[in-house]
Every structure is written in C-alpha cells, then in structure tokens.
Design a protein around this ligand. Structure first.
Ligand code: BTN
Length: 249
C-alpha cells in the first residue's frame, strides 16, 4: 500500500509494455540517489540506447551548474534516458535543447499548460520552472539525458519560489504514467527532428532583458537576441555556451 492516495505509484509493467513497442526499455526503481548516475553506469557497461530508468524517489538528484533536484516520493517524474547519438560530438550541445522542446510540447499537448523554455533547457509555466534537464556525456559515444518534472508537488514542498508544478499551474492532466509516455514520445521525436527553429520558437529568453551568471563567477546583463547555430545564447552580440540566466523583465 502507499500512504498518499493523491500520489499513486507508476504502473511499471503497463509502462514497460506500452513503451517497449516504441523501442524503450523502461525500468522503475523505488529509490536511488540519481537516475543520471544509474544510467551513466549502465552506459559504461555497454547497454544499448533506449534504456530509461525512472525513480519513484530520487534522494540526491543532480541539476545543472552543480545544483540539486529535489522532489518528494512520487510527486513528480525523475528519469534518465540513454542515447548514443552518433554524428559529430560538436552537435551534442543541442541535444538537451531539442529534448526540452519535446518536454514543452508534451506538456502543452497533454497537460494543456502554456509551457515555454528558458535558455538553455528549463521548462517554465507561468514564468516558473516546472521541469529541468541535465545532459551528461558519460562515455565517448553516450549521452545521458535526465529529466525532472514537478507534477503534484505542493507549494511548501518546492525548493524555491521560482519553481512550480503542474498541479499548481492548473494542468489538465496529472497522471504520471500518461505524462511519462507522452514525454518519451515527444522527446524522441524532437531529438530526431533536431529542429533549431522549433527550439527558438519556444524559447522565451529570446528578446528578453537577461542577466547571465557565467561559470567564472562574473555576470553580464543585456538583451538576449538569438540562439546561435551552436545553441549558444547571444546577449548584446556576445555568445555564451554555459551559464545561468535570469529573465530580468
Ligand atoms: C536542472 O534544472 O538543473 C536540471 C535538473 C535535472 C534533474 C533530473 S531528475 C532525473 C535526472 N537525475 C538526476 O540526478 N538529475 C536529472
């Protein structure tokens, strides 16, 4: 039995069967520190692409820029995919951006929320973050894409006030099985299409006043005018490949 009736467990067998038809091998674990770490280890052991590990409770979820991803048990979706993208690694920085397009599209279609992106790959609803992605190159030919989505998370459970959940945003769908299936379908389609203009169309950062905090500790403020061919954010003529962006207004 599970204690919180508003947070039912994932139906692993039904999920594995349905997603298996699309070539995914889905494994649900009750608890692990980080699904990205689990999938990275499996990648290094030689697992083929298509592995998806979903955690009902992730205890040490990792975020971009050494941040963490926190979510109570079964309040959201925390999962990682193993990709072996082929092609030139120079194109890989686009992978999480394309995957974020798939996440936003799935949320728009299934949950009927107005999901948009904040560069590089935060998924915002009503200006607040509801999903985040962390892509890691874990072997010369393997990339792990980890996705965290807040589904029924209550306000007091969120890590900061810039975050939200589908429930708080009034989403039309909160069923995690259906969401996971839709997310994987859309993420697969978006990474296969690799359409930079689809990303730009959803990226709410373009045209905004932004503050970019750079990995060296410095910060720049200006107008974000574009996302260039390498997936970098262009602010007042200078292109940034990594950094934390705040929409100033
Ligand atoms: C971010 O917004 O900074 C990225 C958050 C990514 C969180 C997900 S949850 C599943 C996967 N496993 C992890 O340890 N991190 C990602």
């Amino acid at each position: 039995m599970y204690a919180d009736l508003s947070r039912p467990p994932l139906r692993e067998r039904a999920l594995a069967r349905a997603l298996g038809r699309d070539g995914w091998r889905v494994e649900v674990v009750q608890r692990c520190p980080s699904t990205n770490a689990v999938v990275a280890e499996r990648a290094r052991q030689g697992d083929p692409p298509g592995l998806v590990v979903v955690a009902e409770h992730q205890t040490a979820g990792r975020g971009r820029l050494d941040r963490s991803w926190e979510s109570p048990p079964r309040a959201g979706l925390t999962f990682s995919l193993l990709l072996r993208p082929g092609g030139e690694p120079a194109g890989w920085p686009w992978l999480p951006l394309h995957a974020a397009v798939g996440v936003a599209e799935a949320l728009r279609e299934l949950a009927e929320v107005d999901a948009v992106l904040k560069w590089p790959n935060d998924v915002l609803v009503d200006g607040r973050k509801t999903a985040g992605l962390l892509a890691e190159v874990v072997a010369p030919d393997a990339v792990v894409v980890g996705i965290g989505l807040n589904v029924t998370t209550r306000r007091e459970e969120l890590p900061h006030e810039g975050a939200t959940s589908l429930a708080l945003a009034g989403a039309a769908l909160l069923d995690r099985d259906t969401l996971l299936r839709g997310l994987l379908r859309r993420v697969h389609a978006a990474t296969a299409a690799a359409d930079a203009d689809a990303y730009r169309a959803l990226c709410s950062t373009i045209g905004r006043q932004v503050r970019v905090s750079l990995p060296d500790g410095s910060a720049r403020q200006g107008t974000a005018t574009a996302v260039d061919a390498d997936g970098r954010l262009v602010v007042d003529g200078a292109a940034y490949g990594a950094g934390d962006v705040v929409h100033v207004r």
